[in-house]
Design a protein around this ligand. Structure first.
Ligand code: ADP
Ligand code: MG
Length: 329
């Protein structure tokens, strides 16, 4: 096709991608190099697919290191599969670059491959075009259909859990935008790391198969993403403001209690998992977190009354309206 970057070395770039992302998997029958890839999902499981685009200036600041972009482009998709309880296997990559830029590409692929190796995800195809810098990644994985973690499965009385800590990535972004100041260097590094190198909770998602009733990854803020579960299941929730897990770095960076709470509730880009499970399973969930070395915090419970109620430190219940991230708003 014309209008592509053929003249500026599209094929050289593809060869570079192929060479730097090699990762053998026996379920890849045909990878990069033909008109399409051929893959063999495990017998008896369903194929689980997701795609996410990252646009420069929208999803990552212009100054982001290419290796961080490569890591994050894959991470946000692995996080979506994790939220389904699916095991990631393969990825495709649509790469749009303003010009042939092997140095940028090498950095991107370094970050990509670091995470890809960790989760054994093979890059099996993609597309390379010229235009404003944008990356679209599709990840394919598999799971037993009946154990898939869906948003709609939440039941009244369930405990609501969240992994890791909330609000760190939003603080990292505030640092980049210079809207947050006076943060010590070590805390700033931690918060930036949470923004640039989110850890997709793949092992947790798989561990929750058959244990959790509903699950979502927190990409747009806890209140908004939990809201999706509540709407899908036709239920409500009460959240304990005091229980929301926040890192020591975030507490130091945002000492004001109200602003800290806003970060934890509305901050996007953390890519932790929020899930619901029967109360009778509380101990099993705690044990799972311990086995994975991952902090899991019970933050509230599912209620029959619709909407999201926040229980504050004074014991008051306040109705909560989500203010997470939404495009076109
Ligand atoms: P076509 O014109 O048939 O789409 P391309 O020249 O776009 O073929 O791609 C050739 C091969 O390289 C295909 O296997 C394609 O999947 C792979 N490919 C192209 N760009 C990328 C990329 N950015 N990442 C991974 N694979 C890619
Ligand atoms: Mg193509």
């Amino acid at each position: 096709m014309r209008r592509r970057a053929r003249a500026s070395g599209e094929f050289d770039l593809i060869a570079r991608v192929e060479k730097r992302t090699r990762l053998p998997r026996s379920d890849v029958l045909l990878g990069i190099g033909d008109d399409a890839a051929a893959l063999r999902p495990p017998a008896g499981q369903c194929l689980v697919a997701c795609v996410d685009a990252l646009i420069e200036g929208v999803h990552f600041p212009r100054a982001t290191a290419p290796a961080d972009v490569g890591w994050k482009a894959l991470a946000v998709n692995l996080s979506d599969l994790a939220a389904m309880g699916a095991m990631p296997r393969w990825a495709t990559l649509s790469l749009t670059l303003p010009r042939s830029d092997p140095a940028w590409l090498d950095g991107f692929l370094r970050g990509w491959q670091r995470l890809a190796r960790r989760h054994r995800v093979a890059l099996v195809g993609g597309d390379t075009t010229r235009g404003p810098r944008a990356i679209a990644v599709q990840v394919l994985g598999s799971a037993p259909w009946r154990k898939l973690l869906r948003r709609s499965g939440a039941r009244v009385g369930d405990s609501i859990w969240v992994s890791g800590t909330l609000g760190d990535a939003a603080a990292g972004l505030a640092l980049v935008r210079r809207r947050l100041r006076g943060v010590n260097a070590a805390d700033a590094r931690f918060l930036r790391g949470r923004l640039d190198r989110p850890e997709p909770r793949v092992a947790l998602g798989v561990g929750l198969r058959g244990r959790a009733h509903a699950c979502i990854d927190v990409s747009d803020g806890l209140a908004q993403d939990l809201g999706h579960i509540l709407v899908a299941a036709g239920v409500g929730a009460t959240i304990d403001a005091e229980c929301l897990p926040v890192s020591p770095a975030l507490q130091r960076a945002v000492p004001d209690a109200r602003r800290l709470l806003a970060h934890a509730l509305n901050g996007g880009d953390d890519y932790e998992l929020c899930f619901t499970a029967a109360r009778a399973r509380d101990d099993r969930i705690v044990a799972l977190g311990r086995a994975l070395g991952l902090r899991l915090t019970r933050i509230g419970r599912v209620t029959a009354a619709r909407g999201l109620l926040l229980r504050t430190s004074s014991g008051r219940h306040v109705e909560y309206a989500a203010r997470g991230y939404a495009h076109f708003r």
